[in-house]
Design a protein around this ligand. Sequence first.
Ligand code: ZN
Length: 359
Amino acid sequence: MLIRIPGEEPFEIGIDGNTFVEIADATTVVPDTSRWWALPGLADCHAHVTMTSLAEFDAITDETMQSTIPGATWAHLEHGVLLILDKGGKSDATLLTLDHDADLRPYVETAGAMIAPEGGYYAGFGAEVQPEDLVAHIASVAATRGGWIKLVGDWPRRGVGPQNNYPHDILEEAVSAAHDVGVRVAIHSMAHSASDAVAAGVDSIEHGPFLTKSDLEDLAARGGAWVPTIVNMLHLVDLLGPDSSGGKMFQSGLDRMRDLLPAAESLGVTVLAGTDMAVPHGEVAAEAVRLAEYGLTDEAAVAATSTAAYEYVGRPPTPAVGNEADVVFFDEDPTHDVSILSRPALVVRRGRIVGGTHA
Ligand SMILES: [Zn+2]
């Protein structure tokens, strides 16, 4: 099959079983891909595949989380999303995603229960860990996660607005406890916890509308990631109403994004697309369109939704002999029209066709 990645020389590669092989060794018959454009897969870097919406937090149980995983992960596959970073959930049931048949789900890295102190997130959601216990908690659980720890960095308190959940010094120690066992740390930052988190060495800033340019410089210098989740912020403005205090804060954050995104691109920050349940599972293309609308070039918006995520997790951003046969094809060059990402022509996961308009 011909692989034409935007901006690269086209090349031929074959499939044998679930692996890419030299064309001479191919055993799998594949459609003619010579007129299509290819990406290694789409990527949703802020997904929650144990849930289907933000509106059901109380009703979520380990049973509902477990039963949601197969349908949610399959929906991602069908849409061409072959890589997911699941940024945690109500309990460690998120880790069960990793036990599911790899042919029927994307490649997944996942945090377990989200971590926040008392009063620092939705009550009863995730693991409640007070600041003085955070480092010990992370040291004890990090090695059993799916590659990630997820902290809640800030949360509104009645009458005083959003407050940071953990002081900088504790964050710094917590991050190094995770790094000691090769686990990355992501932090929910909707208000002003982002700068502390960046300074503390957190790997991935989730949302991050109040990042500063100097934070972006620091993130870029150490290969840190930023997952803006614009679709989610727009959803929250809708949900809360544009005139509510929360709605106003999210709107001012969205306005800041229009400056921050081009700055992040020019500084070389790893900007990644994430949906955070604001759109149905699999529809990360909607975030790619928003990233372009809010200031990324089309090339960077496509990278954020695909190749940059592959590079970030250390998977090859180009189909290569010996690797899992994952690839997604499009009728048009997505860097000329980002919206084509929502209509893959053919989706191949581990050597099998799982979706696409020409499937
Ligand atoms: Zn989230």
